[in-house]
Design a protein around this ligand. Structure first.
Ligand SMILES: [Zn+2]
Length: 410
């Protein structure tokens, strides 16, 4: 099949937009892309699907979300992250398994409608793997572990995982998410690291999200003391590390298989540790804003050469799962540091793909890559910067294709 549109954004490094572009899709792959005139001549007889008034580009990659959580933000909002965590624990007491399934199904619809084709999902309640399998989306499903016990609750993957949750398909890859440096003990982190290395599993971890986390790890008083009390954890636990990222370096978990989520409070030394260990970072600006943890200095991460992807986080800490909304907020937040719409679209495509370990398969439109492609409405306003026009106007897409299959059409 050949897809054509007035504008094609390949998102390949340094490649300008293609006017009147075409993409050739064979089964699950892109076999060619370029000016429509040339492509249509070269592939005569192929079925053509023309998107008038549209832009074709790679599907967006949401590197960090929790699909199972319903829209809890209004109810659990707090001025501090520890307050938000305690409110979330309280709100979850009223939720049933069916609520997690319903939320996941709704959230998958949002992803497809807004042009997200791949994601990093944190699975806590067991609802998302089966529904993601049905959806046809591409994902890394990180199974969450919270344990301040020095012993692992079971072998990795967690022994308690019910059948059907450890899903591995052509589109879905399982991984582990030790929740955060202050909610998983050092010995358990080391066991997870060893198991992940042995089994080739990807890891994702919330880290350096709040100043309370920094203070706790440094052995100072922090807002998490109430959480420790409620959970029955040792209130005196503290590794006395200079920072959460320095602590993770000591534990030995830093490496390219780890996705560091948030990294709001990472100083120059921390960024150097991440860069040296080739750790990619998930940037979730709206979630950071809603939980009051501060602003991640995105430009400094990019200048340091660290791979960054964009994540919406969950509906418990963010108003939507749309990466278009996330990019707009990120632009408003970082514009004065020199971050542009083009930078953000790169983060939401190639950056995210690389952060999830899928860089050779997805993230850009080029021959040999998987056919994860979206069509979105051509912006009405034309300012000669297609990236900023798209960011200003896009709410949802026209077509979403994953692995050569059309999963959504407006
Ligand atoms: Zn999260």
């Amino acid at each position: 099949m050949i897809l054509t549109a007035p504008i094609l954004l390949t998102m390949r490094r340094g490649a300008p937009p293609v006017t009147d572009g075409a993409i050739v899709v064979l089964h699950d792959r892109i076999i060619n892309a370029g000016p429509a005139e040339k492509i249509l001549r070269q592939y005569r007889g192929h079925r053509v699907r023309s998107f008038e008034n549209a832009v074709l580009m790679p599907g967006l990659v949401n590197v960090h979300t929790h699909l199972e959580l319903p829209a809890l933000l209004k109810e659990i909002r707090s001025s501090t992250l520890p307050g938000w965590v305690l409110n979330l624990i309280e709100a979850k007491k009223r939720l049933q398994p069916v609520d997690y399934r319903t939320a996941t199904a709704e959230n998958i619809k949002t992803l497809l409608r807004t042009g997200t084709t791949a994601l990093g999902e944190i699975c806590t309640h067991g609802a998302s793997p089966a529904l993601l399998k049905q959806s046809g989306l591409r994902a890394v499903i990180y199974h969450e572990i919270i344990s301040m016990d020095p012993r692992l609750p079971g072998p990795v993957p967690p022994a308690g995982l019910a059948r059907g949750r450890w899903v591995k398909t052509a589109l879905l890859r399982p991984g582990i998410s030790p929740h955060a440096p202050h909610t998983v003990s050092g010995p358990v982190l080391r066991q997870i690291t060893a198991a992940a290395r042995k089994k080739g599993l990807p890891l994702a971890m919330h880290v350096a999200e709040s100043l309370d986390e920094v203070r706790l790890l440094q052995g100072k008083a922090s807002g998490f003391s109430r959480l420790y009390e409620a959970a029955g954890w040792d209130p005196n636990w503290a590794p006395s590390a200079p920072s959460p990222i320095a602590y993770l370096a000591l534990v030995g978990i830093l490496g390219p298989r780890l996705l560091a989520v948030h990294a709001v409070h990472a100083d120059a030394r921390d960024r150097m540790l991440l860069k040296k260990a080739l750790v990619p970072v998930a940037h979730c600006p709206r979630s950071n804003n809603e939980t009051g943890v501060g602003t991640m200095p995105l430009k400094l991460f990019l200048d340091a050469g660290i791979t960054v992807g964009l994540g919406t986080d969950s509906l418990a800490s963010s108003p939507s799962l749309s990466l278009w909304d996330e990019m707009r907020s990120a632009l408003a937040l970082h514009r004065n540091t020199g971050v542009t719409s083009h930078h953000l679209l790169l983060l939401a495509s190639t950056g995210g793909a690389k952060a999830l370990g899928m860089g050779s398969d997805i993230g850009s439109i080029e021959a040999g890559k998987k056919a994860d492609i979206i069509a979105i409405r051509l912006p009405v306003k034309n300012t000669n910067d297609i990236y900023s026009d798209l960011l200003r106007e896009t709410e949802s897409g026209i077509m979403t294709m994953v692995n050569g299959k059309i999963l959504y059409q407006a």
